[in-house]
Write a protein that binds this ligand. Structure first.
Ligand code: SF4
Ligand code: SF4
Length: 445
């Protein structure tokens, strides 16, 4: 079996958040592999845990990838301040007799945005609306590289490292089966320290927010790596859960067109024609509809709404709204130019993550998490979709008994999607919308 087939069979998807199927990503033509090990969302620490504890496997997998794909350059992009993780990687590389580069990034946000990382490492801008392959580059999250190591040894993706932090008694990095309920993860971290609480799935900048009731139905997917518990009256959830209609009304009434949202936008600063202040103006006035297309270039990093805007408006949410309207009307980005003159001020406009953390009132949760634990639930509910692409089709029926690692849902190799495996051994309890499994004696776990 080829590397691509093994990665497909193991159901590997990108761990960086979007969940793009890795066999699809690796099927392009590229000469450079960049490993995204920046973990730039505040408070999350799962990727660092992988770097510290699985560096040898990461090194081996990178050698395998380079050998199989013929890539001439392999670079790990990480933050200079992650000294222990860099030391672990250097030692693993030396042990394996390989000499891959480690590129140190300063502690700014969003250093882990793949297009920003490419700019930092190569000085080149991915064409607006394009993907890194346009420059012959593929970017893999460091945890995805660990998943590839396992895939090449016939081990499918059935577990995830999840940072559980914020208002929990014992912040921890938990290894849990895919499909574990998020409320069980929170309980495994000692439970919450506030009531009522809300939950962010992902990082504080780009994660999704759930109240206590909504959180009950949430489970860990293959692209999830963080759970942050905050008090329900914390400023972040209060702001992020503002209704869209109110955000649009505020854009109409309160945007002062200062353009800070544009001036500090990281995608604007690598030369893309994204000007959120003009999107806001178009929404407010209904004029210059051409400016709305800028929203298509937004990576939803959140800098504009959580840091830049002096009026506490939400250009990101407005961009997301405009994007969904444009996409549903079939709009596509064409003939986008790069504006190198915009990059000249970039060095002075990068925003230190520390400042962000302070601004978001998250300072009290910003500590190292070294504790690594495991949690094994009695039941799992595995989503049929783990990010970009189509949902997988169940290949099991209710009542079937499965072992951990058995295929329970699949998509054809040619499609964008992923194979899904039983993350615990047991009996299938559901195949409608998710794969439910309850532990059963005799099934291999
Ligand atoms: S930063 Fe805020 S007020 Fe200024 S242009 Fe952007 S949305 Fe409007
Ligand atoms: S969320 Fe705001 S700052 Fe981030 S890319 Fe989009 S417009 Fe730019």
């Amino acid at each position: 079996m080829s590397l691509l087939e093994m990665v497909y069979e193991a159901g590997v998807v990108g761990d960086g958040g979007a969940g793009f199927p890795t066999h699809k990503k690796l099927s392009g033509r590229f000469d450079t592999v960049i490993v995204n090990a920046a973990e730039c969302e505040p408070l999350l620490a799962s990727d660092r845990c992988v770097m510290r504890n699985y560096a040898a496997m990461v090194a081996e997998a990178l050698s395998d990838i380079q050998r199989e794909t013929g890539a001439s350059r392999v670079v790990v992009g990480t933050k200079t301040k992650y000294e222990r993780e860099i030391a672990a990687l250097r030692s693993a590389f030396a042990e394996a007799g390989i000499d891959f580069e480690i590129f140190g990034l300063s502690g700014f946000y969003p250093a882990g945005d793949e297009q920003i990382m490419i700019y930092e490492i190569t000085g080149r801008t991915v064409p607006p609306g394009g993907i890194p392959l346009a420059l012959g580059i593929v970017v893999l999250n460091v945890t995805t590289v660990l998943d590839i190591w396992r895939a090449l040894r016939g081990i499918p993706v059935t577990e995830k490292f999840v940072t559980v932090t914020g208002e929990v008694k014992h912040p921890v990095i938990l290894k849990v089966p895919v499909g574990t309920r998020v409320t069980e993860c929170v309980a495994a971290a000692g439970g919450t320290t506030v009531d009522p609480w809300m939950l962010i799935k992902g990082g504080p900048m780009m994660g999704r927010h759930f109240d206590m009731k909504e959180a009950e139905s949430q489970t860990i997917g293959k692209a999830d790596g963080g759970l942050i518990v905050l008090s329900s009256d914390h400023a972040l959830p209060t702001f992020s859960r503002k209704p869209l209609k109110r955000m649009i009304n505020e854009a109409k009434s309160a945007c002062i067109q200062c353009s800070y949202c544009t001036e500090l936008c990281p995608r604007y600063l690598i030369g893309h024609k994204i000007r959120p202040h003009r999107v806001m103006r178009s929404i407010a006035t209904g004029t210059n509809q051409n400016d709305l297309a800028d929203a298509m270039l937004c990576c939803e990093c959140g800098i504009c709404e959580l840091f830049s805007c002096p009026m506490q408006l939400s250009p990101r949410r407005i961009n997301m709204h405009v994007k969904s309207i444009l996409r549903s009307s079939g709009a596509k980005l064409e003939n986008q130019s790069i504006y190198p003159e915009q990059t000249h001020v970039r060095d002075y406009r990068r925003i230190a993550q520390k400042r962000f953390i302070a601004r978001l009132e998250l300072g009290k949760y910003d500590h190292h998490i070294d504790d690594v634990g495991e949690y094994e639930p009695e039941t799992v509910s595995i989503p049929l979709k783990h990010g970009v692409g189509r949902p997988s089709e169940p290949v099991v029926s209710v009542g079937d008994v499965v072992n951990r690692g058995d295929v329970v849902a699949s998509v054809p190799f040619a499609d964008v999607g992923c194979v899904i495996h039983a993350s615990i051994g047991g009996v299938i309890t559901c195949t409608d919308g998710c794969i439910g499994i309850a532990r059963k004696e005799g099934a291999r776990t």
